[in-house]
Design a binder for this molecule. Structure first.
Ligand code: ADP
Ligand code: MG
Ligand code: MG
Length: 906
């Protein structure tokens, strides 16, 4: 059997359907599905994503030969349904050639409209339609797009505007016209000639006249656009594999630029920024598809409600709005009704918010695209919870619909309300993507990247953005544009990234060459500070203070849903009461890791700590430890109190002592004075602590083995704090964790000390506190002998940072020198310190849990490395029956969602 490479659709029939997005791309699959639903879609055909991959293997000539018969047959299919002929002068068919991957990548690849035109066909169309303005407007657009996408006619420098736009500006300047649509027929014809000449001059290529040759050129260019820089970058950011490839959909053109009863637009079944259940969108009369998103003309709103809101934000009064910028609901009420009906049907059909494209040709509505709409994190949560309440999806589906990573946006700081009241609004744009952003102004994408890499926070200010600006947008805190509506490129991409964006701020005047933006008479330069409120569209001069976000409303409801389904609990890594409280507010069920070493760095504590390390003998050490004890006890009390009623896992001292001692003369002198010895003594002791490979040296439980008095002091501090709290009526639940165990006997000896000191403390306070003693599994040998260690340890906490380091033999601090090459050469897919290596490190963890539970069935296991907040790693941990994951406070909700998803998927 031969592989089917081309799938046709049209007139309510289709060879594909919505389930076939892997093969037909999202766009191709959904135009097929819309046909099957009886929604008006122009006929066409889709070439599969597999052909794209073949294209990269065999090249253009072989692909064209391979597709020849199928494409010619499919073109005939379209001709029949459209009752016209591709390349015919009398009755021509024009098509669009569109890209479309499995996952939506808005605007990242290329599309060409009005293909099939040449001088003769254009004249034929004039005869047929009697509308030369429309024909030559379409023709000049075609030459423009084909020149750009297929023939590579691009701006030469970053300050240059698009070469075609430059020519249009010249032609418009002659008669002083403002809008493209006011160009005369002769001027449009002139543009076609000038465009072709400019292409020839810059690229050396003749513009092809033969429609079939045009079609092949466009199909192959769309395949190539899969590998353009911005598409590659977008895939990297979104984690989309390069192997997927793009499909190519060829469709009969419908024209939104045939006059005042024609239009084109984009609409959403719900608000993509806030998630509110409000149908919304934008359209332009007498225009073609790209115009709305390109932000060249200010589009009008679809609904009256949206239009009034827009006018308010723009400072336009109702009379002017109704006269100059009427909504589609007012201007084309019949079409609006149809549009509203179809958007509703599509949302009901797909059970999700839809992002749709349509065109009206002389009073007839056509749908060109539908997809599950990109949305902000806030909208993602609200829409999922609303759909549950509306009965459109069940709770488990809602959990799976939300991307854990995207919750990050809901955790970003918001502007402080009081500071906001005092701040001065300098202008107003559209609230394109919510968030609070402060930063220094830059005007170009590469500057944004550069400044960002130098540690600056930047706001990218543009007239409008284009897909070329992707990397810069990603580096910026926020984006401000002069032109473009809620569906402009800047708005859509910013929402997808969860980045704050204010678009269409018409009062700002950007000068790319001078690198300034003028707002209401004030000139702001590159490097000046601006603040953006993406939820209101307000722009402020200077920096506005922010405060932490909180868990409430739908976000809280989603998190409650997580608790209902999850099996794996989420704890937090916290070293201070402050962090513990934040994490608790985000739903942490305890502390999975408290590192005691951070507590030593405050001024008085560090002196006592150094004294302990630099002491000559046990007596000297014990004297210093006695000074440290009250500090440690107070710290532990604070944390246990902040997490009252929940387990708090405290790790005994872990890092090499060398990290604590002073390496500068002044610091060494202070210690000499403090301890009443010569500075030389101190220097000798510091030198003696130096190690060639400290991470594999004298650290972890090896400290407690050589200096048992440290373990004793820390145990005393932890349990005294717990006893005091218990006497105050609190419910402390301490866990004491011995780090870096590799051998059962290391653990046994440490445990003996802990148990002995515990008895002393309980005697002293006349009260007992329940506590557990466990260990960190971070040395491969510990994982391999887990069944021995579990005979003594009550719980395991997998320290996956060290475990990864020691399993791979990669130093965490030195990996940067070779990791990029490993990723580039595809030896590693991801950084194993960020995403848990399931095949190697994960296997050790799984083995250790199984072995440990053989001897201690109730053995509690958790993860506390960086991986504890990374969704795929959390899911893995859940799948191997781990009890909890522990992560930094701001990742707690992300881990909770990932854990719930793991339970639902299991
Ligand atoms: P993107 O993926 O960048 O959105 P599309 O392939 O969707 O690119 O096309 C770009 C624009 O052209 C869209 O607004 C779309 O609606 C319009 N368009 C595409 N095909 C046609 C067509 N056959 N007739 C009219 N407009 C079209
Ligand atoms: Mg599109
Ligand atoms: Mg460790």
């Amino acid at each position: 059997m031969t592989t089917k490479r081309v799938y046709t659709f049209g007139n309510g029939k289709a060879e594909g359907n919505a389930q076939m997005r892997e093969l037909l791309g999202g766009k191709g699959a959904n135009v097929a599905e819309m046909n099957l639903l009886g929604i008006p879609v122009p006929p066409g055909f889709t070439i599969t994503t597999e052909v794209c991959n073949e294209y990269y293997k065999v090249g253009q000539d072989k692909i064209v030969a391979m597709l020849q018969d199928d494409v010619v047959a499919a073109v005939h299919h379209v001709e029949k349904l459209m009752n016209s002929e591709f390349g015919s002068v009398k009755n021509p068919l024009l098509v669009s050639v569109r890209s479309g991957a499995r996952a939506s990548m808005p605007g990242m690849m290329d599309t060409i409209l009005n293909l099939g035109l040449n001088d003769a066909v254009a004249e034929g169309m004039v005869q047929k339609t009697g509308n030369p303005h429309f024909v030559y407007d379409s023709y000049r657009r075609f030459v423009q797009m084909y020149g750009d996408v297929v023939l590579g006619m691009k701006p030469v420098n970053k300050e240059d505007i698009d070469p075609f736009e430059a020519i249009i500006e010249q032609v418009k300047a002659v008669r002083g016209i403002a809008l493209d649509k006011d160009l005369s027929v002769d001027e449009l014809k002139d543009l076609v000639r000038r465009f072709k000449a400019a292409i020839k001059a810059q690229t050396g290529q003749d513009f092809p006249d033969d429609p079939m040759q045009q079609l092949w050129g466009a199909i192959c260019a769309v395949f190539r656009s899969w590998m353009n820089e911005r598409a590659i970058l977008y895939r990297k950011m979104e984690g989309i594999p390069d192997e997927w490839g793009t499909a190519v959909s060829v469709m009969a053109m419908v024209f939104g630029n045939m006059g005042d009863t024609s239009a084109t637009g984009v609409c959403f079944s719900r608000d993509a920024a806030t998630g509110e259940n409000i149908f919304n969108g934008e359209y332009l009369v007498n225009a073609q598809g790209e115009d709305v998103v390109a932000g060249i003309r200010t589009p009008q709103q679809i609904t009256i409600e949206g239009s009034r809101r827009w006018a308010r934000l723009q400072g336009i009064d109702e009379a002017e709005r109704a006269a100059k910028y009427p909504s589609m609901e007012e201007a084309m009420p019949e079409i609006f009704k149809q549009l509203d009906g179809i958007q509703n049907r599509l949302e009901q059909h797909y059970h999700d918010m839809q992002d749709m494209e349509f065109t009206v040709q002389e009073g007839k509505l056509w749908f060109l695209q539908t997809r599950n709409g990109k949305r902000t994190g806030t909208a993602m949560v609200k829409i999922a919870m609303d759909l549950v309440r509306e009965g459109l999806i069940d709770e488990k589906t809602a959990l799976l619909r939300c991307e854990p990573q995207k919750l990050d946006e809901l955790l970003h700081p918001i502007f402080d309300k009081d500071a906001l009241k005092r701040a001065k609004v300098i202008t107003q744009g559209l609230p394109a993507s919510p968030g609070a952003a402060c930063g220094q102004i830059v005007f170009h994408a590469d500057d944004a990247e550069e400044w960002h890499n130098d540690g600056h926070k930047v706001i990218m200010v543009r007239i409008e953005t284009s897909p070329e600006d992707l990397a810069g947008m990603s580096a910026a805190e926020g984006i401000l544009t002069a032109r473009g509506g809620m569906t402009s490129h800047a708005a859509v991409v910013a929402r997808g990234m969860g980045k704050c964006c204010v678009s269409g701020a018409g009062a700002i005047n950007v000068d790319y060459k001078k690198k300034t933006v003028e707002i209401e008479g004030v000139v702001y330069k590159e490097g000046d500070y601006l603040s953006l409120n993406g939820s209101t569209g307000q722009v402020y001069a200077g920096e506005i203070p922010t405060r932490a976000a909180e868990l409430s409303g739908d976000f809280k409801a989603l998190m409650d849903l997580c608790d209902k389904y999850t099996k794996l609990q989420v704890r937090t890594n916290a070293d201070t009461p402050h962090d513990a409280r934040i994490a608790r507010a985000f739903g942490a069920k305890g502390i999975g890791l408290t590192r005691t070493e951070h507590m030593f760095f405050e001024d008085k504590k560090i002196i006592a700590m150094r004294e302990m390390i630099l002491a000559k003998d046990t007596a000297g050490r014990e004297k210093a430890l006695a000074k440290l004890l009250p500090y440690q006890k107070a710290d532990f009390k604070g944390i246990l109190e902040a997490m009252d009623g929940c387990p708090v896992n405290i790790r005994l001292l872990d890092p090499p002592l060398h990290e604590f001692v002073p390496h500068d003369l002044a610091g060494q002198q202070t210690m000499a004075d403090e301890m009443g010895v010569d500075v030389k003594e101190i220097q000798k002791r510091v030198a003696s602590l130096a190690e060639n490979n400290p991470m594999l040296g004298h650290r972890g439980c090896r400290l407690g083995i050589t200096f048992p008095e440290i373990t004793a002091m820390q145990t005393r501090a932890i349990l005294s704090a717990a006893c005091e709290l218990k006497k105050e009526g609190k419910n402390p639940q301490p866990e004491i964790m011995v780090p870096l165990i590799g051998i059962l006997y290391e653990f046994k000896q440490q445990k003996e000390i802990i148990v002995k000191v515990a008895e002393e403390v309980f005697q002293e306070y006349g009260i007992r506190v329940d506590f557990e003693i466990g260990t960190m599994i971070e040395i491969p040998r510990a994982a391999l002998t887990a069944d021995r260690i579990a005979t003594e340890a009550q719980y395991f906490s997998f320290g996956t940072n060290d475990l990864t380091q020691m399993t791979f033999g990669y130093s965490r601090d030195d990996i940067a020198s070779f990791l990029p090459a490993y990723l580039e050469k595809k030896i590693l897919k991801v950084d194993p310190f960020q995403v848990l290596d399931q095949k190697g490190v994960g296997k050790l963890i799984k083995y250790a849990i199984e072995k440990g539970r053989e001897v201690r069935p109730e053995l509690r296991t958790g993860i506390c490395g960086e991986h504890g907040g990374e969704p795929s790693s959390v899911k893995f941990c859940a799948s191997i029956g781990m009890n909890y994951a522990s992560c930094s406070p701001f990742r707690v909700p992300i881990a909770r969602l990932a854990a719930a998803q793991a339970a639902v998927e299991a």
